[in-house]
Design a protein around this ligand. Structure first.
Ligand code: AMP
Length: 331
């Protein structure tokens, strides 16, 4: 994840809860099923903004949200991309293994340029999926828990791994990289409060993980619903309503069914529906908020967690780069 500050519900449903589930998953023998690594992709911030004055605060805010949501630094190293130099080294090598035209076809890039009204793309922004491939493969990542918008990037990562293995072989074990699989959640594209298809900080349509119950309700009050449901008792269409999409994720299945029925019949007005939705969201956020306040008052501790995660990550990244150099005869 890029350190853009406090996280929103889209980050939570699309990625973070999936990460925590993988971190805590056990295999049949009761051992951890996966080794998990969580990267703060600070170089990736430069793709859309060169402003770095608040990058440290944004990093701490984001790491605080991760910890509050259940990322456990004893199990999963948390580390900054810029602190492990092997990311840029592998990125350079990978950038020779893919064509510029392949990167120009990346649909996520096209969406981003449109959403941010950018009329030109920098060389680094075009190549950002290549850096992402290095981020994943330095740790031999085989499962990448991401939101839907990242699927094209995992595909590019797979192509780069294949291309590397076709071109270079390690003298002892052959293929250096495995092609990773994406792992998306059921709510891998959470809509924004304004009804746009994606909740996103840059679109200003978010509910934050750190929002208190009254903030959640105030934001939801202004959320776009079915534009044809004008008066309270007009029949509504839950399938086109953003607030209903939140109910599907945060309310219990029985309530979701009765909300859909009562919206359709006109028995349920948008204000009551939003109140129930705010309660469901805040109910789920309550333990995260509580845990967050413990970390938020101790940013030095969060920084120490990053420093020790970076030491751990560096050891693995160095080993992978040695393998790469041996395979390429530059070792
Ligand atoms: P980013 O902040 O763009 O680096 O995204 C970090 C992670 O959150 C990625 O895996 C995204 O796919 C995921 N994500 C961001 N926004 C949303 C959203 N609105 N719905 C679902 N997943 C999202």
């Amino acid at each position: 994840m890029r350190p853009t500050g406090k996280l929103h519900l889209g980050h939570f449903t699309g990625a973070l809860e999936n990460w925590v589930a993988r971190q805590n998953e056990l295999d049949a023998d009761g051992q951890r099923a996966f080794e998990t690594f969580f990267l703060i992709a600070d170089y990736h911030n430069l793709t859309t903004s060169l402003e770095t004055s608040d990058i440290f605060d944004c990093t701490i805010d984001m790491a605080t949200d991760w910890l509050a949501a259940g990322v456990d630094p004893e199990k999963s190293p948390i580390f900054r991309q810029s602190r492990v130099k092997e990311h840029t080294e592998l990125f350079l090598i990978y950038s020779m293994l893919i064509t510029a035209s392949r990167l120009e076809r990346n649909p996520t890039l096209k969406d981003q340029l449109r959403d941010l009204n950018m009329d030109a793309v920098s060389y680094g922004h075009l190549g950002y999926p290549v850096l992402q491939a290095a981020d994943i493969l330095l740790y031999k990542g085989n499962i990448v828990p991401v939101g839907e918008d990242q699927l094209p990037h995992v595909e590019i990562t797979r192509e780069i791994a294949r291309r590397f293995n076709n071109q270079y072989q390690h003298p002892v074990f052959g293929d250096v990289f495995e092609e990773p699989e994406p792992k998306i959640t059921k709510f891998s594209r959470l809509a924004g409060l304004d009804g746009k298809t994606k909740m996103s900080k840059s679109l200003g349509n978010t509910i934050l993980l750190s929002d208190k119950p009254e903030e959640v309700f105030n934001k939801l009050r202004k959320a776009v619903t079915d534009t044809q449901k004008i008066r309270k008792n007009d029949p509504g269409r839950p399938e086109v309503c953003t607030v209903f999409s939140y109910h599907r994720r945060f309310s219990d299945p029985d309530s979701v069914e009765s909300i859909a029925r009562d919206c359709r019949s006109g028995a349920l007005g948008c204000v009551d529906c939003k109140k129930a939705c705010a309660e469901a969201i805040s109910g789920e956020l309550a333990p995260i908020l509580e845990k967050r306040s413990g970390y938020a008052s101790r940013p030095e501790m969060v920084k120490d967690i990053l420093l020790s995660g970076e030491e751990h990550a560096r050891r693995i990244a160095e080993t992978t780069m040695q393998e790469v150099r041996i395979a390429m005869n530059i070792g």
